[in-house]
Design a protein around this ligand. Structure first.
Ligand SMILES: [Zn+2]
Length: 227
């Protein structure tokens, strides 16, 4: 989970119009414009687990609406989530950090410790203030990446497998950057690393913390966008 800018795009404006109409008529908030706008803003990834290859994405209410129409049709309360995370969150873990307003990756450290088959563990550590909202977010993240029921544990393993592969690739880019023989080679790696550290990159919270945690990588910090 990282901070995502809720940009005021053309699609977003159309979504807001749709939601106002739907609120008046009592019809669904799940319109094409709303879906398209959310996919654009959330970079086609789940805001909770940052997985981009799920087969099912849904619209989630950050604050459970419980048939409160103001919350139900509020554009700022709608988030793009994968079905796995949506099923885990339901109305539990309330409140959690609003990733469109809070710098989540500055409030929680995202770390992958160990290696596959050897003490591998995803860690979510509050940095600084540890209030109820941060605690709930950490609990939700743990459950999203590890699952709660047998079926969800199976789904979580698929997400962790993708994460492991993605982080390994990222580390490989960092290594190639450090070992670059000439300026041209280095520039090529800078291009790839910049892309990997953008908001749109999968599991980017973990990638940014890999850089922040390692003094050897400090010169790469400038490639992390300032939110
Ligand atoms: Zn998810």
């Amino acid at each position: 989970m990282i901070k995502i800018k809720r940009k005021n795009t053309d699609k977003a404006r159309q979504a807001v119009v749709d939601l106002e109409k739907a609120k008046q008529s009592g019809s669904t908030y799940n319109t094409e414009n709303v879906n398209q706008a959310l996919r654009e803003i959330f970079h086609r990834k789940c805001y909770i687990c940052e997985y981009k290859q799920a087969t099912s994405y849904q619209i989630e209410h950050l604050i459970p609406h419980r048939e409160n129409t103001d919350l139900k049709y509020d554009w700022n309360n709608l988030f793009l989530v994968c079905a796995h995370c949506n099923n885990i969150k339901l109305a539990k873990y309330d409140p959690i950090l609003d990733c469109t307003k809070e710098p989540v990756e500055k409030l929680i450290a995202f770390r992958k410790k160990g290696y596959f088959g050897f003490k591998e563990e995803l860690e979510f550590t509050p940095v600084g203030i540890e209030n109820e909202t941060v605690k709930n977010t950490v609990a939700l993240l743990k459950d999203a990446y590890y699952g709660t029921t047998d079926q969800k544990k199976f789904e979580a393993r698929i997400i962790r497998k993708a994460l492991r592969k993605d982080i390994a690739q990222f580390k490989e880019y960092v290594r190639e950057y450090q070992e670059a023989e000439d300026e041209e080679e280095r520039e090529e790696m800078v291009y790839l690393l910049k892309k990997e550290l953008q908001d749109s990159s999968e599991f980017v919270a973990f990638k940014r913390w890999l850089i922040w945690d390692n003094k050897m990588y400090s010169e790469l910090e400038k490639y992390i966008p300032q939110n």
